[in-house]
Ligand binder design. Structure first.
Ligand SMILES: [Zn+2]
Ligand SMILES: [Zn+2]
Length: 108
């Protein structure tokens, strides 16, 4: 997963927004010090709705979080996670396309 604002690879902690974007903690705090609008879609966000997520949860954590959860709920949340992941990939693709078409200067 990558930060949707600066596109660096996320490690450890990231912030997920209510509009479905993923930010590194740096961009999230930058955003909150300004007017709290999402840098990607301009949706106004409130601080209390930003959710810190672990980008690389360890197996122990996953097992603990998933223990006792019914398969129906697991499937539902798996579906949501997959949709979120696909959305992320699509954003990343758009970003790359923009870079190729020259609207954003390409880094070498
Ligand atoms: Zn960032
Ligand atoms: Zn957004």
């Amino acid at each position: 997963m990558r930060c949707n604002a600066c596109w660096r690879e996320l490690e450890g902690r990231a912030i997920s927004t209510t509009c479905g974007h993923l930010l590194c903690t740096e961009d999230a705090s930058k955003m909150l010090s300004n007017d709290a609008a999402c840098p990607i879609c301009d949706q106004v966000l409130s601080k209390s709705l930003l959710k810190p997520v672990d980008v690389n949860p360890n197996d122990e954590w996953i097992n603990m979080a998933m223990a006792g959860v019914s398969p129906q709920i697991l499937m539902k949340s798996a579906y949501r996670s997959v949709m979120f992941y696909l959305g992320q990939k699509e954003l990343e693709m758009q970003y790359k396309m923009n870079r190729i078409s020259g609207s954003v200067p390409a880094e070498m």
